[in-house]
Design a binder for this molecule. Structure first.
Ligand SMILES: Nc1ncnc2c1ncn2[C@@H]1O[C@H](COP(=O)(O)OP(=O)(O)OP(=O)(O)O)[C@@H](O)[C@H]1O
Length: 234
């Protein structure tokens, strides 16, 4: 990787609890993800994948190590950034396993809400939400409520929402779990395109072997440690 990493973890550890019942969920994790890179994170249940994603998303504080996002030091024994909510809103797009769209808002308003929460005027947010939905080829479903969307459509709307504030870092937790293999590949290709076009860093937790060939690199976790990294040609 030549460009400066957007996600940089150095010696990251995370421990839950203390004493005899302590669980070391992450130990000495070093990881760098650069602009345009799509990295997969795999490992057995309990190996620390979700914990790692939560640490990067600044949802969970590490116990040790250093974390930088988009070149800015974020954690070094303590958070170095005052407004973590703002940091999450501006730097990180999070895509959940089952899309987590708000059921009482249309597809368009689900996407627009992320922008109005970040301070954009409502009319402008709705306009941009529509444009994003078009870009993800689900624009004609903009007025639909989430319950009326197919699994693939809902996941596209969730991707649009994650992109709403043009974050440099996109994190996804099992984003293809609810999709059949064809739709899973389409969703991954979309994330690859987004990473390339926006020079974003994309990190995806997945068990889904059908999409392993869609990553530039797979990182394997075991017992909270990076067990192996497999390099692929992009
Ligand atoms: N809030 C918590 N309190 C205590 N232990 C926790 C907590 N969250 C996770 N753990 C423990 O940390 C370890 C790593 O969990 P984590 O959820 O990160 O694994 P995972 O690889 O995402 O698993 P899965 O594939 O099942 O989702 C496990 O031993 C888990 O039991």
């Amino acid at each position: 990787m030549t460009a400066a990493p957007l996600v940089l973890l150095e010696g990251i550890a995370k421990q839950f609890g203390t004493g005899e019942t302590a669980v070391r969920a992450l130990s000495d994790v070093n990881l760098a993800v650069g602009p345009g890179e799509v990295v997969g994170l795999k490992g057995p249940s309990g190996s620390g994948k979700s914990t790692l994603l939560n640490v990067i998303a600044c949802i969970m504080a590490p116990s040790a190590g250093r974390l930088s996002l988009a070149g800015e030091p974020i954690w070094d024994e303590r958070y170095l950034v005052r407004d973590l909510r703002r940091l999450r809103r501006e730097r990180i797009g999070f895509i959940f396993q089952f899309h987590n769209l708000l059921p009482f808002l249309t597809a368009r308003d689900n996407v627009a809400l992320a922008m109005t929460l970040a301070g954009q005027p409502r009319a402008q947010a709705r306009q941009r939400a529509q444009a994003l939905l078009e870009e993800l080829e689900v624009g004609r479903r903009a007025d639909a409520m989430p319950a009326r969307l197919s699994g693939g459509e809902a996941q596209r709307v969730a991707i649009a929402r994650a992109l709403a504030n043009a974050p440099p870092i996109i994190l996804a937790d099992e984003p293809t779990a609810a999709l059949d293999s064809e739709r899973a590949r389409v969703a991954m290709d979309l994330l690859r395109r987004v990473a390339r076009e926006r020079a974003a860093a994309v990190l995806v937790v997945t068990h889904d072997e059908k999409i392993f060939d869609r990553f530039d690199r797979m990182v394997a976790l075991r017992d909270g440690r990076v067990e192996a990294e497999v390099l692929r040609s992009a």
